[in-house]
Design a binder for this molecule. Sequence first.
Ligand SMILES: Nc1ncnc2c1ncn2[C@@H]1O[C@H](COP(=O)(O)OP(=O)(O)OP(=O)(O)O)[C@@H](O)[C@H]1O
Length: 296
Amino acid sequence: MDVVLEADQLGKRYGNTWALRDCSLHLPAGRVAALVGPNGAGKSTLLHLAVGLLRPDAGAVRVFGQSPYDNTGALADIGFVAQDTPLYRDFSAAELVAVGAKLNRRWDSALARNRLAQLGIPPNRPVGKLSGGQRAQVALALALAKRPRLLLLDEPVASLDPLARREFLQSLMGSVAEAGTTVLLSSHLLADLERVCDHLIVLQSARVRLAGPVDDIVAEHRQLVGPRHDGGPLGGVAAVVRASHTDRQSTLLVRVNGTINDPAWTEREVGLEDVILAYLADGDTAASHTEWGVPA
Ligand SMILES: Nc1ncnc2c1ncn2[C@@H]1O[C@H](COP(=O)(O)OP(=O)(O)OP(=O)(O)O)[C@@H](O)[C@H]1O
């Protein structure tokens, strides 16, 4: 299994606060990975470390076996679209495509032009005068034209309308499947991610909560409904991720490590979105309450 991106006890700190901590994960080649987590969880920080814009304060990140901060040569193989898709605002889309051709080894101008024409993006208007969604489309077309082996996208579809979002994700899937590109994209739109991603990384409060292939993650989790359960071991259950109770009944989202043989429990399969929400639901906000001087 070729590993494209690997983090080992990776950490980044701003002052006394860790934006990312003890992050260990690997992303195999050819995967389309979703990076999810609440605001401030550390998603952009991880992407910025992976593209060499930030230097780790602990541990290491390697992309194609190299540290991206120390080996700028590796950047030729990485495409990155930052959050809010920054672009040179006085340049037109056509000019940006032409500049890209001068700056990149494997640039596919035809791909960018065709995409932007199909989307009806005016080629000669300064991109600063396009709508936010149109600007995002320009940035994405440029990232695809680079023909990267690893594509990092920080909330790429946040400013797109629903139709454009669907179209973008479909065409992203098409072009990455054709070229075998590995993709890591952060988003809050879980339903979109469930459709297109085959790998998942969940960050919360600067730490990795869950990471791995989507099929394995879904297969390892179940919803159990049964008599009220206030703790204690359950056969076949490795961990209770989330529990809700009425007087007589408990509904548990669990990670299983065997067969649930107790007939008192009704077992149901769960979707990826349910699993993600269960992991994110028990967020730790105590520190924030302390900082604001209000009771938790
Ligand atoms: N330049 C900075 N200086 C100080 N703290 C920062 C800086 N950049 C990020 N942080 C902090 O690091 C943490 C992680 O931020 P990050 O931008 O990685 O989160 P995120 O998961 O991408 O959030 P969002 O979904 O809101 O984009 C947050 O607590 C944030 O306030």
